[in-house]
Design a protein around this ligand. Structure first.
Ligand code: B3K
Ligand code: ZN
Length: 869
């Protein structure tokens, strides 16, 4: 029996804090090797105060210096590697008292990028979820909300800029070349929203007037040489501020709002109050260095973090199990914002398809695997492992279902009531549901199951057309497979948009609410057999178990008025044929051709409709995956599509040119996407003939979207010129870290090419490249994660060589950055789904990693759950 079982945290064991804080004052003297942190905490009894209870603060990797209470040195305390427990409190802690602590941390040694760290000589923090405890001893939990006043001190030549949350109160010159700045945040906040930034940075700024007439200062801070790449982020921020006022009546509440970009960052960005810190990847953009996808991602991440100011910061989470309360809701909000930014109805549909594609490629596998959890998990060992696609993307789908059930206005009423009740509080997902239910006077009890049950519901569809009665009967039954620690499941409340497509075109869209395990609906006055269009616009995050005939699917693909379902039926047809190792038949080719030639359809939609389902999505349709077989079958299908439509591809390549200078708007981006799909298809049809055109595009492009697409086409199709162009690309952009990331990622994610060396050989070489850095997460992700997670056919080699690479990389990364290592560790989650020899080999390498005694809690949890013990 193991004695060192990792600690689990359980949702139902939540207790309010026994102490809380009023005012918090921090005085931080920044030094990379020895930062001195003085804190002054006003302590009050908390909701579950018990007489005489010690005050237990969290602290990690800190050097403790001193403790005072109400001004006097205090000796009654105990230190462990994770806590500082203080005993013998004045009057047993019944009345407010002041604790002063001095401690030291070492930012330059901090490679975990949690807490205070150094990146390119500048100081940054990341506190969510539990990083503040690496800066000072604290009640580091989201339900302790305090007002912060922060004094930063540093050497002025090294750190001319000193930033923290809220408003700047004063600055001062100090002796010996030091200076200081005092910042005050007027809003109480939990420690996870604390931030400071200090260093050599420069900003662009704008002043705007919000709806109520208040003036606000907006700033984007970057390293000085990146200033020219900040305009798009600023425009995105202003658009987000306007949108939140319009759509939800929510205004910016601070006098200033800052975004800072940093190149060493564990994730995308962080919504610290008034001082958002971003991965450079989601701030910096110029047409020459960023693709259309980068531009769109920046817009959506800037919006996401800005929207957190209300959904997350003003109303925050009681505990980390409630993470989806802020994340699911905020993802939903950023999805809606981006959809509105598309400018047209068809643009909205394109955005919806992209979001659903992400959900199904990433979240469905998670929900069916060893890490499956409800959007509100019941247990975790390491909270960092629960910033998942389930909490975020499925969480957003759950929020979207409220809007589908209650209508846009009803949803808005619920949001208004939520803020009215909970502004300034730390609350739960139940509180959100109650606000939605109460504002709309409806009963959402059964809807709660979406929060408590993991797994993707499967809906079986049975239809019967009764010609003599002119009736159509639709029977839907829901079921949900067991998941780890949940075997019995209750039926969900599922909103399903449906429309019967009839030759007379006389049926309207309806909303069916499936609540029972099995329900039947009867439609009257249906004069001919209809074609069913179900789960329109993906109204619920479910799988349909429906053997719709290929003829019906083709009909939907040609003419469903719901753009999502139109796309979906094409995906289903392609998926079935690929899995049966068939090539597209004449009818399907004709349908594809009609879509490509239809002048009414958006280029962006055409691009999506002609892009085949991802390999990882195909895996999920199988019970025993042969990854090489799926790769081959998918490639053959794509080649057939490429050759049969070669004339159309060639024509589109010309028609979709955007000659009048680069604009990142949705229409131009859609044209480029379709043009570059055409290029890639032409290369698939005949690489030798079309390579010169790709090389020409590579050399003459005036923007990164086109240059990168041409390069990718050459690399992926194994064209000789690829080598030279790769070298040229490296030379051109050697000084630009984000573009170099693209260069690395492209080579690591190159699928197998006939007759070429395996990609893994390249990846080993890239790991030795001078520009490869194991402590920069973006670079690591562009080489290691790109290979293990975005290149399935190269990764899943029958000899297990891909898995050997994975195991070695996980173990090498873990001591440097456990969060980034744990993410990589998840690449083998679905090992049980694979056929032999893959399954056995994956199992062996999982065991090999598990055998390591010094794994971080992050990696340990992922590996233990994958092995299922
Ligand atoms: N809230 C942060 C994520 C923090 C992740 C901590 N491991 C970014 C976001 O969702 O907006
Ligand atoms: Zn978020």
């Amino acid at each position: 029996m193991k004695t060192d079982l990792p600690q689990s945290f359980r949702r139902l064991e939540y207790r309010p804090p026994n102490y809380t804080f009023g005012q918090v004052e921090l005085d931080i003297a920044l030094d990379p090797a020895r930062t001195i942190v003085k804190s002054r905490l006003q302590v009050l009894p908390g909701k579950s105060y018990e007489t005489g209870a010690p005050l237990v603060l969290q602290g990690q990797e800190l050097e403790f210096v001193s403790l005072r209470i109400n001004g006097d040195a205090h000796r009654h305390f105990e230190l462990t590697p994770e806590t500082l427990s203080i005993y013998s409190l004045p009057n047993d802690g019944k009345d407010p008292f002041v604790v002063e602590i001095i401690c030291i941390c070492v930012p330059e040694k901090n490679t975990s990028l949690m807490g205070l760290y150094v990146s390119n000589g500048n100081f940054f923090t990341q506190c969510e979820a539990e990083g503040f405890r690496k800066i000072t001893y604290f009640l580091d939990r989201p339900d302790v909300m305090a007002k912060f006043r922060v004094t930063l001190q540093a050497r002025e030549t090294e750190c001319p800029v000193l930033l923290a949350n809220g408003n700047l109160l004063s600055t001062e010159k100090l002796p010996n070349g030091w200076h200081s700045a005092v910042w005050e945040d007027p809003f109480p906040k939990p420690s996870y929203l604390f931030a400071l930034v200090a260093g050599k940075l420069d900003c662009i700024e704008e002043t705007i007037t919000t709806g109520s007439g208040a003036r606000k200062l907006l700033q984007i801070w970057v390293e000085p040489h990146d200033l020219k790449k900040t305009r798009h982020a600023m425009d995105s921020l202003i658009a987000s501020i306007r949108w939140d006022e319009r759509r939800y009546g929510l205004e910016l509440d601070l006098e200033r709002f800052m975004i800072v970009a940093v190149s060493d960052f564990n994730m995308g960005a962080m919504e610290n109050k008034g001082l958002n810190i971003f991965n450079t990847k989601y701030v910096l953009a110029q047409p020459e260095t960023a693709t259309d996808i980068d531009f769109a991602n920046i817009e959506s991440v800037v919006a996401h973090e800005y929207f957190h100011n209300w959904t997350g910061n003003r109303v925050t989470c009681q505990d980390w199990f409630q993470l989806s309360l802020k994340e699911g809701l905020t993802v939903f909000r950023d999805q809606e914002f981006s959809a509105d930014q598309m400018g047209t109805q068809s643009g909205r549909a394109v955005k919806r398809i992209e979001d659903v594609r992400t959900l199904r490629q990433l979240q469905f596998p998670e929900d069916a695997g060893p890490m499956a959890h409800p959007i509100r998990p019941d247990e975790y060992q390491e909270i960092n492992n629960f910033y998942t696609v389930t909490v975020y993307e499925k969480g957003a789908e759950v929020v979207r279902m409220y809007q589908t059930l209650l209508g846009v206005e009803g949803f808005r009423k619920g949001m208004d009531l939520y803020f009215k009740r909970h502004d300034g509080q730390a609350v739960t997902c139940d509180d959100f549901l109650a606000a939605m239910a109460d504002a709309n006077h409806c009963d959402l009890t059964q809807f709660k199951n979406w929060y408590s049950q993991a797994g993707t519901p499967r809906i079986k569809v049975e239809e019967r057309y009764d010609a003599p009665q002119n009736q159509y009967h639709l029977t839907l039954s829901q079921s949900i497979a067991p998941s780890p620690s949940q075997s019995e499941k209750q039926p969900f409340h599922i909103p399903l948009k449906v429309r019967l497509l009839t030759p007379a075109d006389d049926q309207v869209e309806q909303l069916l609410e499936l609540k029972a395990e099995k329900q039947t609906w009867t439609f009257d006055n249906i004069n001919e057999r209809p074609v069913l269009s179900l789960n329109r616009n993906f109204s619920a995050p479910i799988r349909l178990d429906f053997s719709q005939s290929e003829a019906d699917l083709l009909a939907l693909f040609s003419s469903d008025d719901d753009a999502f379902n139109r796309w979906e039926s094409g995906q289903k047809l392609a998926m079935q044929m690929i899995l049966e190792n068939r090539l597209p038949d004449a009818e399907l080719i004709a349908a594809y051709r009609d879509i490509l030639l239809d002048p009414e359809l958006d280029p962006a939609f055409k691009e999506l409709a002609l892009t085949l389902p991802a390999e990882t999505y195909l895996y999920e349709q199988c019970t025993s995956v042969d990854p090489q077989q799926i790769f081959k079958s998918r490639r053959a299908f794509r080649r057939a599509l490429a050759s049969s439509l070669r004339l159309e591809w060639a024509a589109l390549y010309q028609q979709m040119q955007t000659p009048d200078g680069f604009k990142p708007d949705a229409i131009s981006a859609g044209k480029r996407a379709l043009k570059n799909l055409a290029l890639s298809m032409l290369l698939d049809a005949d690489a030798l003939i079309w390579a010169p055109m790709a090389v020409n595009q590579y050399q003459n492009a005036d923007n990164m979207t086109d240059r990168y697409a041409a390069l990718a086409g050459l690399v992926i199709h194994g064209v000789n010129a690829a080598k030279e162009c790769l070298e040229d690309f490296y030379q051109r952009f050697a000084g630009d870290a984000l573009v170099l990331d693209k260069w690395f990622a492209l080579q690591s994610s190159r699928p197998p090419v006939d007759g070429a060396e395996q990609t893994l050989t390249d990846v080993y070489r890239l790991r030795e490249h001078v520009a490869f850095k194991m402590n920069n997460p973006n670079r690591v992700r562009s080489v290691i994660h790109a290979f293990c997670m975005n290149n399935p056919a190269s990764f899943h080699q029958a000899d297990g060589s891909g898995y050997a690479f994975w195991a070695e990389a996980v173990l090498a990364l873990d001591p440097i950055n456990p969060q980034v290592a744990a993410r990589l560790a998840r690449a083998l989650d679905r090992w049980r789904l694979f056929a032999q020899p893959y399954q056995g080999k994956m199992h062996a390498y999982l065991e090999e990693v598990a055998a390591n005694k010094t794994l971080s809690a992050d990696v340990r949890e992922v590996i233990t759950k994958a092995l299922g013990n």
